[in-house]
Design a binder for this molecule. Sequence first.
Ligand code: G4P
Length: 531
Amino acid sequence: MFEKEIARRRTFAIISHPDAGKTTLTEKLLLFGGAIQVAGAVKSNKIKKHATSDFMEIERQRGISVATSVMSFEYQDTLINLLDTPGHKDFAEDTYRTLTAVDSVILVIDSVNGVEEQTRRLVEVCRMRDTPVIVFVNKMDRDGKLPFDLLDEIEKELKLTLHPMTWPINSGKEFKGVYDLHQKSLLLFTAGQKSQEDNSIPIEDLADSSLDRHIGARDAKQLREDVELLDGVYGELDRQDYRAGGIAPVFFGSAVNNFGVRELLETFITIAPVPLGRATDKRFVKPEEEKFTGFIFKIHANLDPRHRDRIAFLRVCSGRFARNTYYKHTRLEKDVRFSNPYSFLAREKDIIEEAYPGDVVGLFDTGNFKIGDTLTQGELLQFTGIPTFSPEIFKELVNKDPMKTKQLEKGISQLTDEGVAQLFTQHGGNRKVIGCVGELQFEVIQYRLLQEYGASCAFMPLSFYKACWITGDKKKVEDFAKYKPANIMTDKDGNLVYLAQSEWFLNTERQNNPDIEFHFTSEFKTSQSGA
Ligand code: G4P
């Protein structure tokens, strides 16, 4: 049936700390796929990471970036869906959610800076889901850390087990290229490489004197020593282990010079997992099942106030999605159909007739969807594994115009459905607390509430440290909620949440309430959620 379609798809994201080279690498990959013709096409859509004060500019660029949120292209008969993740740290939630819709990731590390703060968090999210990771150590044309030290740092700090696929010969001005440990070939570095041809030189045996001719006796000696060491430690790559999220293959290169990108891409299409199944609250859904299922992992608002429609991003999980067909929106238990679903295939950004597992479809939405919503051909199930994480900044929402209370309530409800921020309502009361990852979102919310809903609001800072979803013995949880009215809220799904003032308070509550569990994400085993 459509097994062939599944087998030829790869859906992934590139993740990195800002500035490591994600945009540059994305662009080079697109050039390989023929999806763009000139360098710079992606870059111009990039959210500028330094523009923290200018949120309108960021939102504007976010608007533009809808088009590049998903980039689909073909390379050697493989259909690659590359899901973009915002680099700006205030949009980290967006990135976490996008990671629920991919089957693997490429992690870009700057060879000069090594492991950086956002890399750590992103990899943590990948580890939670055992997402397979391929590492690309970028900027080898700069004087970076020594490769063995870098591997050590990555392994220790990110708790990844690495497996080098290529090995660099020096770095910075002395950078001569890489030796491909698996293809057994030498790839010589030339700056500003435009060609996409395979220029590798086969060198089966490193003892071969041709190696000295290519890179000089000194570097040849070093490479032989390095490779001997590597062979002893690593051996063959175990693909199963990589796909289970246990081992991360590593490539060295320079994205801006288009160096090492081809090797990365070719290995990626060979070893990266095909679209995988997903867990639901009822059962595991396999991609090859005949009936269509999918879930919404991202919602993008149209910033033009005259067009209030939004775009919901659907990841197809099983079966075949078809245009103009009724599907079950399982949360609302309502049938919906889409006459203009669109694809992100770069050359034909257009209405599509059908889509297969691994694909992402853009659906016009008038407010029916929220993140995590599931569509099926009738079966009432809900995809799991799309958790909400505890926000980091909390503020109370203050209504500045009582005449517009309704608009404010509607606006804040819709914006939080989109995932712009999280809304907590006082348990048994009406106080509203907004939780975000970055300050920027508060400005975005304030602006959009006024522009789109005519409601004006202010935010009062609150000094909370984390939101913890609480579960456990029903009576104990109820008693706890009664005893801590100022700290107990409900999330939008009615789950009880404890807002802790500090780590100390949280630990104290944990000790005092051994029958209650405190979770940093909204998703926990349903068997535990006795509350
Ligand atoms: P990001 O999306 O991860 O934030 O990073 P981006 O690709 O924008 O790259 C950040 C900077 O690093 C850019 O320079 C880019 O040109 C540079 N860069 C990317 N790959 C390499 C590489 O292999 N070697 C070297 N030396 N630099 C690299 P910029 O000055 O911020 O931007 P631009 O003006 O050059 O575009």
